[in-house]
Write a protein that binds this ligand. Structure first.
Ligand code: G3I
Ligand code: 9MR
Ligand code: ZN
Length: 553
């Protein structure tokens, strides 16, 4: 067992770098272990090429950590900024995995987490040249039946949501908005290609890939009312087959308010990103600019629906058992929609709608369910004249919630912002929290979330109590059995996917069987059937892309 955890992908020379030492495993009463060894309050970093000690420093005092089920110490080696290959060592706690310090260390993992979206494409064939063993024939291209009717529509395209092949509007919206924000914040980094089929347009791969999803989303809008269908799936999940073998009837589930709001928000945002692309990328981008107009029209139609109708909360209709993505509180979704519309159009009418909402009741976060932070950021970053008093209130709300999260990270020996609060897909929140900090720093022109952002990435890439690099294809102890149908079908993990992480409620049979008695942060298992801890999704990857783009700046 490795008792010294580090970022297994490595560090850039000037990154914030801490290693976490497990000195006692108090995980459960029955398997409590006291690690042996002699005293030693220091740790050393050894250059593995010439076996020299290049750094030595004090360990922190002991920290008893209930959520991790451990007693830990922490070693800070941020000031070691020499490029090289290293291992951390102590007499007492053994060795870490080897790791590198290098410029551009996160280049490949960024490329791979972006390529993941292409590999999740639905409705088209994936060529071997780009997809390797994940190549497949066209999938899910039949007309889809609108639930409860005998009307069929074309909703082909987009990305498979996760380990399953459903396509869900609220999940899609989060993913595209994260990726667009990443491009807006770090265009130079994200203009780099990531090996997807060319279209001769000179538009960056990331925007071409996002358009693939946006164009699918357009098809999910009911052309009569402007309302947006919640999802398209078969009635239940298939076995572990490649996507073209899921051949059951596709069913479009009813329109929901959440889907319509998130759709309006994403489309309004997309208009800003796509409208002027030919200035930067030449005439080949004209077609993208045309799409931008379509996105704004679609957003307007969705808003019309929202102002005059209520589709209500989504619950799975009888007979449909795929992911529900239900939400009982859609105030944050409305806020998101109106704020993005305000940012895009500058129309005061949207600011009035926002001001008419009770801010205190709007839940923050960058989730599929809680989307308030997207709304807050869209409002705060809007380039128009704003109501100063309201702007201050939104600003306070966005920033106060962030500082609570930053505080938690300082307490955790593994420096994670989700310390003591793990749930299905919580690795997303790790990336989300970093993204929020980075966005706040950009709004304020500060650099106060730098260390927090760095350590969130280090947590995801190996500095966690599971000793696991949570991104497939990377790290020394990497995820091998994600709950992901294509990976299971070809018996090899598709690279570049972030898994969900610890879920102490033990919500699948494998977790119930194997994680019983584990400390909350250790309720993770690299098993195919553990969908509550080891699945992947497009909207867990998307904030990670944002964070990695920042780390590649
Ligand atoms: O909203 C509550 C929050 O108030 C509470 O503090 C927290 C702590 O447990 O839980 C929150 O609810 C969680 C909810 O997600 C929102 O985050 C539930 O516990 C949790 O069980 C629920 O998990 C969702 C899961 O579906 C089951 O519904 C995941 O977020 C969501 O990512 C996942 O999505 C599935 C799709 O349905 C199907 N496709 C795969 C995808 C990934 O597993
Ligand atoms: O594969 C499904 C995954 O995408 C979902 O997140 C999860 C929860 O809805 O369900 C998975 O499907 C399982 C189903 O719920 C129960 N029978 C076994 C299925 C595959 O593991
Ligand atoms: Zn498909």
């Amino acid at each position: 067992m490795i008792n010294i955890q580090i970022d297994q992908v490595g560090y850039r020379p000037n990154d914030y770098k801490t290693a976490t030492f497990r000195i006692e495993d108090t995980n459960s009463v029955s398997d409590s272990v006291k690690l042996n060894g002699n005293s030693g309050n220091t740790f050393r970093v050894i250059d593995v090429i010439n076996n020299e000690v290049v750094f030595e420093s004090e360990l922190s005092k002991e920290i008893k950590s209930e959520p991790n089920g451990e007693v830990n110490r922490v070693g800070d080696f941020s000031s070691l900024n020499k490029v090289g290959k290293y291992v951390i060592e102590t007499e007492k706690y053994g060795k870490s995995y080897e790791f590198e310090i290098k410029d551009n260390i996160y280049e490949d993992v960024l490329k791979s987490t972006l390529k993941m979206f292409y590999l999740q494409r639905c409705g088209c064939a994936l060529e071997e040249k780009y997809a390797g063993v994940f190549a497949h024939k066209e999938c899910h291209n039949t007309m889809a039946r609108i639930y409860g009717t005998d009307k069929y529509i074309d909703v082909s395209g987009g990305w498979h949501d996760a380990g399953d092949y459903g396509r869900y509007t609220v999940a899609a919206a989060k993913s595209v908005v994260d990726l667009m924000m990443a491009y807006e914040c770090f265009p130079d980094v994200l203009e780099k290609p990531f090996d997807i089929p060319d279209d001769g347009s000179n538009v960056p791969d990331i925007l071409r890939e996002v358009k693939y999803e946006l164009d699918f989303m357009l098809k999910m809008q009911d052309s009569d009312t402007g309302g947006v269908y919640h999802k398209v799936t078969c009635s239940s999940f298939p076995g572990f087959v490649m996507p073209e073998y899921e051949k059951d009837e596709l069913i479009v589930s009813p329109v929901s308010d959440a889907a319509t709001c998130d759709f309006a928000a994403a489309m309004a945002h997309a208009y800003r990103v796509y409208k002027d692309l030919s200035k930067k990328y030449g005439d080949g981008a004209k077609e993208y600019e045309k799409a931008a107009d379509t996105y704004l029209e679609a957003a307007n139609k969705a808003i019309e629906f929202l102002l005059t109708n209520h589709a209500g909360e989504f619950v799975n209709p009888a007979g449909i058992v795929t992911g529900e993505y239900g939400d009982t509180d859609t105030r944050d979704e409305y806020f998101f929609a109106y704020a993005e519309m305000f940012n895009t159009t500058g129309d005061k009418k949207y600011e009035e709608l926002l001001k008419g909402m009770d801010l205190a009741g709007i839940s923050g976060d960058f989730g599929w369910k809680e989307v308030g932070d997207y709304g807050f950021y869209a409002y705060l970053s809007a380039p128009h004249n704003k109501d100063k008093e309201f702007n201050d209130r939104v600003s306070a709300k966005f920033i106060n919630e962030a500082s609570e999260k930053q505080f938690k990270y300082l307490e955790d020996p593994y420096k994670s912002t989700i310390y003591g609060y793990y749930y299905w897909g919580c690795n997303m929140e790790v990336a989300n929290n970093a993204m929020r900090g980075i966005l706040i720093d950009r709004l304020k022109g500060t650099n106060s979330y730098r260390m927090m952002a760095h350590s969130q990435l280090h947590y995801l890439l190996g500095n966690n109590p599971n000793s696991k690099c949570f991104v497939t294809g990377f790290g020394t102890d990497t995820v091998m059995h994600p709950h992901h149908r294509p990976s299971a079908a070809v018996n090899s993990p598709m690279p570049g996917m972030l898994v969900g992480g610890a879920e102490p409620l033990l919500l699948d049979d494998v977790a119930k069987r194997l994680l019983n008695n584990k400390a909350p942060a250790k309720c993770y298992i690299d098993e195919l059937d553990s969908y509550s801890t080891n699945e992947i999704t497009i909207y867990w990857n998307s904030p990670l892309v944002f964070l990695l783009a920042y780390m590649n700046e």
